[in-house]
Design a protein around this ligand. Structure first.
Ligand code: MBD
Ligand code: FE
Length: 292
């Protein structure tokens, strides 16, 4: 049948007809990817039978999602996050050996070029929140220490905002820093306990969440990127154990292995040793890296 005849288009497999137009010069992987997207998209459209107005609303939504609304933000990452696709892609690409620290979502608030500190430094520059000492070891899967690993950490302040969301309100690089593991693999730094907070919901993705009656809150977390020569980079979080959104993180980033204890320590000697106020919270957290 001539495919030019629109009367056959739907009945004869519209996606197949579209996909058959791709020529021999197409990159095979692109052919596979676009072919699958076209098939699933046509199936979804046939399932929901949108009106023209609905389809145009979808296009408008995607257009707005792609617009840069500040120097650090367009919303496609966030859309991928709230639809669970980011975690899915991550799971597909990071099937680590058991025992290795799992990945989770990067999120939109990572900033390169945070200050590098000596172990023990305090990354909380606005002095708000519950003082917390994070310490642990970076090791390989056999437990051998990894010296010289870089730990890049970032989190929200006690009001639930990243520094880049509150330029001029928070000090630059508040609650961000790079640390280096010592010869025995150890690292330690001072921060404050993170709290849950909403992903930005003033844009198109926030409107979408509201429209489908979903909350925008992320389980409270500290972000880490840990890297060392010869090992796989780990992009991950530490979660607090007592966050009300643990079971319903807006972006599906929680993994059981990433939930830490935040122990209350009342020990003036230990506090003095680390330059912490007493009492304080202690998080003992080891990172285990898989070979590259
Ligand atoms: C965040 O802070 C975050 O970590 C992710 C993954 C998405 C939105 C906001
Ligand atoms: Fe975050």
């Amino acid at each position: 049948k001539p495919e030019i005849d629109g009367s056959y288009f739907v009945e004869e497999g519209s996606a197949e007809i579209v996909n058959s137009r791709m020529g021999d010069a197409a990159n095979p992987r692109l052919r596979e990817v676009l072919g699958a997207i076209t098939r699933h998209l046509h199936a979804a459209v046939k399932e929901v039978e949108p009106t023209h107005e609905e389809w145009f609303a979808a296009i408008e939504f995607l257009t707005k999602t792609g617009q840069i609304c500040s120097d650090w933000r367009q919303e496609y990452i966030l859309l991928s996050d709230v639809l669970g696709v980011t975690m899915l892609v991550d799971a597909i690409n990071h099937r680590r050996p058991s025992g290795a620290t799992p990945n989770t979502i990067l999120g939109p608030f990572y900033v390169e070029g945070a200050p590098r500190y000596a172990n023990g430094a305090n990354i909380c520059l606005d002095h708000k929140g519950l003082p917390t000492l994070v310490r642990g070891r970076v090791s390989d899967i056999e437990g051998n220490p990894i010296a010289g690993a870089t730990l890049d950490v970032w989190q929200t302040n006690d009001d639930g905002f990243y520094d880049v969301q509150q330029k001029g309100v928070q000090p630059d690089y508040n609650l961000r820093g790079l640390f280096t593991s010592e010869a025995d693999g150890r690292y330690w730094f001072q921060t404050v306990k993170p709290r849950f907070y909403p992903i930005p919901y003033d844009g198109p993705v926030g409107k979408l969440l509201k429209a489908v009656d979903r909350h925008p809150n992320r389980a409270a977390h500290l972000h880490f990127i840990v890297e060392a020569q010869g090992f796989q980079q780990v992009i991950t979080h530490i979660f607090t154990p007592d966050c009300p959104y643990m079971q319903q993180d807006a972006v599906f980033g929680v993994k059981r292995e990433l939930v830490a204890e935040f122990q209350e320590i009342d020990d003036p000697q230990m506090a003095a040793e680390y330059g912490m106020p007493n009492p304080f919270l202690l998080v003992e957290w080891d990172f285990v890296l898989a070979p590259a």
